[in-house]
Design a protein around this ligand. Structure first.
Ligand code: NAP
Length: 257
């Protein structure tokens, strides 16, 4: 029996990368439908609603296990993209203590629990960050590592994408520190690349949301990236994943229940 058409469900779809994932997935011929999730009280939901089309549906299910399980079971996605996360600045505005524990890690765990109710497990495509490791210092990278571990321990097929610094002129939200970091580091890394340190340049240089989203969608539908980490240099537009190597059986397992 032919597997059903791929459906992408994108959490964090109002974000810089999440919205790009929605757009990139929707123009990918192999994806039949994209469901873009916005939390009910999202300040950026209107922007997402403007993208709705015959291929893109906006969903505003509350971030609560029971409701999410019902939505996911009904829409039966083959791929669930996790592009959510907060910043210290935004968490202060929202009054969230321990933001990375609560959002970056906690919301990941909650979504994995909701996905577990699905009869046919989707592939989890998790947007993580370079530097996530068991030895990572700092609340942010430590939470990212533990979120990665939760994805790995879920028993679901997964692809973890470790992105470098994300930004570009198309990011509407002001992030001065990230802009300065990109402005200083990118030319330096380009110079190091010119003298042969290309791996270092490709790992650490920043990328914009579209490049990250293209890397995530390409990795999501490729059999060679199942159950492993895709590092930042692999996310780039390197053209290593030719379309003809796409293997439908890599995107989901047989029914579990
Ligand atoms: N920025 C970087 O350089 C970088 C690098 C590597 C990895 N990453 C990771 O990738 C993630 C996405 O990056 P981005 O630049 O696309 O971030 P972004 O534009 O800030 O988007 C974050 C997404 O998470 C959602 N979110 C924020 N707070 C939430 C909360 N309390 N509860 C539920 N959802 C919440 C946002 O929803 P609303 O629109 O409703 O707020 C939005 O959809 C980041 O969180 C980060 O951990 C970032």
């Amino acid at each position: 029996m032919e597997p059903p058409d791929p459906v992408a469900f994108v959490f964090g779809a109002t974000g810089y990368v999440g919205q790009a994932v929605v757009e990139v997935a929707a123009r990918t011929a192999d994806v039949a439908r994209v469901i873009a999730h916005a939390r009910p009280d999202s300040p950026r939901a209107d922007e997402l609603t403007a993208l709705a089309s015959d291929r893109i549906m906006v969903d505003r299910t509350p971030l609560e296990v029971g409701s999410l399980s019902a939505t996911l079971t009904a829409s039966n996605p083959s791929h669930v993209f996790l592009c959510h996360g907060t910043t210290a600045h935004r968490a202060r505005q929202e009054g969230i203590p321990a933001p990375y524990e609560a959002v970056d890690l906690g919301l990941t765990q909650l979504i994995l629990e909701a996905v577990d109710a699905m009869a046919t497990p989707p592939r989890i495509v998790y947007l993580s960050a370079i530097g996530a490791s068991p030895r990572a210092r700092g609340a942010y990278l430590s939470a990212r590592w533990r979120a990665e571990e939760a994805v790995r321990a879920s028993g679901l097929p997964f692809t973890i994408c470790r992105a470098p610094l994300l930004g570009g002129p198309d990011r509407t939200e002001s992030r001065p520190l990230e802009t300065v970091a990109r402005t200083v580091a990118d030319p330096l890394l380009a110079a190091l690349g010119a003298v042969g340190l290309t791996r270092l340049r490709d790992r650490l240089s920043s990328m914009d949301a579209t490049e990250a989203a293209e890397g995530m969608v390409r990795s999501a539908f490729h059999y060679m990236t199942i159950n492993r980490v895709v590092e930042s240099d692999e996310l780039r537009r390197v053209g290593v994943y030719e379309r003809e190597r796409w293997a439908p059986e890599s995107r989901r397992d047989t029914p579990r229940h």
